[in-house]
Ligand binder design. Structure first.
Ligand code: NAD
Ligand code: ZN
Ligand code: ZN
Length: 376
């Protein structure tokens, strides 16, 4: 390969500071080092977590940064010690690693690999970021250890899933975050039982994938909740049976759902990232056995709930990447898509070039998209 061992100059969307649109820049991507893989990114989805980091979290010290963590691509070259990948392999880089050796990897009870990016790279500026990418002579932080809003990226080999050679990368990239997260929230984190009643709050890609997971688990009733009524027709396609717009009611949404379900749903999913809604989703569950899963991301606000809400036995849990052990599960999810057991195409409402990344954020904020795919 002509580029092996050389610095690659290519395009990337760079976030220079919080709250400001990304700019398309020429960046330099260094060759992969020990246990690293350089990937030619072919397509990437735009997730609300990218938007949250840039416009809501006000996280200092995390810039300049290349956002994007829902990509798919082709291995360009590998560093020393990499045995599982070779140039030409189709791959999905994953924001939760699977080293296979740490305490969590060895336990069937967790997918939170201790050697994931957050253990190696911090946003406080004190720890050396992975950063094989530079722009204008500055080292660029790769968001969640990935940075897929770029034509090339370098990631750790424990954060790469090898997928089928015939997988369409502009579709299966969604398994790098959104669809896997919502789908797994229902199947792995809540362990939805056949015949149960579920409520999904927020019908973006994550929420719709949770609806899809509830249906796959055999739920008999799936209540889709969103303040944007335009999302309901899509939710129906994914298996939702009831639709509730909180703005159509004077009562708190948990009381509305409790009334609809004779005392609360069996499982609820907060797929927005709104702390008040997380409490509503908990209180919408049956007070004895209800399980509420926090899927939405929020690292800036606190939740507040009366302990009495929990005494009867309802439980609150959360999910990162739908509980999937990433490296082994993502190829299986790709196979499920290829065999038409799970939907992906239906999540994609817009396709844009990398230069359209800020438009993708605008579409998401305006509630007009489910997922925008950026094609390099
Ligand atoms: P999105 O913006 O596409 O969708 C959010 C949906 O919530 C929209 O349809 C919006 O209308 C709806 N909504 C907003 N306020 C609401 C309210 N008060 N009540 C009901 N509905 C409301 O977002 P997305 O990409 O689907 O992501 C959803 C959340 O999941 C984000 O917080 C994201 O950061 C998080 N996330 C978490 C993980 C994880 O591993 N846990 C992974 C990916 C994304
Ligand atoms: Zn995401
Ligand atoms: Zn591990």
């Amino acid at each position: 390969m002509p580029t092996t061992g050389k610095v690659i100059t290519c395009k990337a969307a760079v976030a220079w500071e919080d709250g400001k649109p990304l700019t398309i820049e020429e960046v330099q991507v260094a060759p992969p080092q020990e246990h690293e893989v350089r990937i030619k990114i072919v397509a990437t989805g735009v997730c609300h977590t990218d938007l949250h980091f840039l416009y809501t979290s006000h996280r200092k010290g995390g810039f300049p940064c290349i956002l994007g963590h829902e990509g798919a691509g082709i291995v360009e070259s590998v560093g020393p010690g990499v045995t599982k990948f070779k140039p030409g392999d189709k791959v999905i880089p994953v924001f939760v690693s699977q080293c296979g050796e740490c305490k969590n990897c060895r336990s069937p009870r967790s997918n939170l690999c201790d050697n994931s990016w957050w253990s190696k790279q911090q946003y406080d500026g004190k720890t050396e970021p992975l950063g094989r990418i530079t722009c204008k002579r500055q080292r660029i932080i790769q968001f969640e250890g990935l940075g897929t809003f770029a034509e090339y990226s370098v990631v750790y080999d424990i954060a790469v899933a090898k997928i089928a050679d015939d997988a369409p990368l502009d579709k299966v990239c969604l398994l790098g975050c959104g669809v896997s997260t919502g789908y797994g929230a229902a199947l792995n984190s809540a362990k939805v039982q056949p015949g149960s009643t579920c409520a999904v709050f927020g019908l973006g890609a994550i929420g719709l994938a949770a609806v899809m997971g509830c249906q796959a688990a055999g739920a008999s009733r799936i209540i889709a909740v969103d303040i944007n009524k335009d999302k309901f027709s899509k939710a129906k396609e994914f298996g939702a049976t009831d639709f509730v717009n909180p703005n159509d009611h004077d009562k708190p949404i948990q009381e509305v759902l409790s009334g609809l379900t004779d005392g609360g749903v069996d499982y609820s999913f907060e797929c927005v990232g709104n702390v008040e809604l997380m409490v509503s989703a908990l209180e919408a569950c049956n007070k004895s056995w209800g399980v509420s899963v926090i899927v939405g991301w929020n690292n800036t606000e606190m939740m507040s709930v009366s302990p009495a809400q929990m005494l009867g036995g309802r439980s609150w849990t959360g999910t990162v990447f739908g509980g999937w052990k990433s490296v082994e599960s993502v190829p299986k999810l790709v196979a499920d898509y290829m065999a038409k057991r799970i939907k992906l195409d239906e999540f994609i409402t817009h396709t844009l070039p990398l230069e359209g990344v800020n438009d993708a954020f605008d579409l998401m904020t305006a509630g007009k998209s489910i997922r925008t795919i950026l094609k390099m």
